[in-house]
Design a protein around this ligand. Structure first.
Ligand code: PHE
Ligand code: ZN
Ligand code: ZN
Ligand code: ZN
Length: 280
């Protein structure tokens, strides 16, 4: 809108995506050699959704730093930790950037339809030309950054933290290192987490764009080691309200939101000025 204070070109709704959401409740048992006719009981919902993309007016258009969070939630609840937390943190980073010119172009993405299969980010990356993809030097993803029983988990781009997922595209390790140094500088612990594509960075790493980000845990159970590092309760889910009606504003850990909002601003600003750690 005209009142929007950031020196951003314009807020742009992405190409509408039509999606079909199937809930299939069939199990199939077949004897080899027999013909099986499959009856699918499906509820089909059709809808249209938009990504919202905004980028700085200034900055080298040949060097784009992309920062994303999904704006949708599951139908079961309001989705405040998943993912109001990441959306709010990147929005605040965008607002604060009005105070600073940038060297590289910074593009913010509020993704649609993550919860039904990364549809928004998938469509966005799919529709980019190779030249447009090549200009995106870094993609930073923030999905669930204020879990009530949080751990500071960084996507394991270098596969050195035992998370078990493959290493990300070249440059991902450097993004992880830069995020690690933020937590180190605050004297805060951090651990690695699976870099397996279970959020909107998936389509980016699939085409070789260096990526990274922060995650504070979903339905997984906090370990005793993590409780020693971060406080909270071992043996309990990071987010007991994950994908439920109780994912309300009461489901936010204020400390985690505060620290991660700073980490997001810090990493965005550093890459906005300096991409030298990322291999060309
Ligand atoms: N993408 C998941 C969601 O939005 C959250 C998640 C991310 C869970 C990474 C595990 C690992 O529900
Ligand atoms: Zn979710
Ligand atoms: Zn999410
Ligand atoms: Zn790592």
């Amino acid at each position: 809108t005209d009142a929007f204070p950031l020196d951003i070109g314009e807020w742009r709704a992405g190409v509408p995506m039509v999606f079909a959401d199937f809930a299939v409740g069939n199990e199939l048992a077949a004897t080899p050699g027999t013909t099986v006719r499959l009856k699918v009981d499906a509820t089909l919902q059709l809808g249209t959704n938009h990504n919202v993309i905004a980028e700085t007016r200034g900055g080298d258009p040949g060097k784009v730093v992309m920062v994303g969070a999904h704006l949708d939630s599951v139908p079961e609840g309001p989705g405040i930790n998943d993912n109001g937390s990441g959306s709010a943190a990147i929005l605040e980073t965008a607002l604060q950037m009005k105070h600073y010119p940038v060297k590289n172009k910074v593009r913010f993405a509020f993704w649609a339809a993550e919860e039904i299969g990364l549809l928004g980010s998938d469509q966005y990356v799919e529709e980019l030309t190779q030249a447009q993809r090549d200009r995106i030097k870094v993609y930073l993803n923030f999905d669930m950054v204020a879990s009530p029983n949080y751990a500071y988990k960084l996507y394991d781009g270098d596969d050195s933290d035992g998370a078990g997922s493959p290493a990300g595209p070249p440059g991902s390790a450097q993004i992880e290192k830069q995020l690690e140094s933020f937590f180190d500088s605050r004297g805060l612990a951090h651990v690695g987490t699976d870099f397996d594509g279970r959020s909107d960075y998936g389509p980016f790493i699939a085409v070789g764009i260096p990526s990274g980000g922060i995650f504070t845990g979903a339905e997984g159970i906090k370990t005793p080691e993590e409780a020693a590092l971060f406080g909270g309760t071992a043996g309990v889910a990071y987010d007991v309200c994950y994908h439920q009606a109780c994912d309300t504003t009461a489901n936010i850990n204020a400390t985690a939101l505060d620290v991660n909002a700073d980490a997001i601003a810090d990493s965005t600003a550093r890459f906005a000025f300096n991409l030298r750690s990322i291999p060309a």
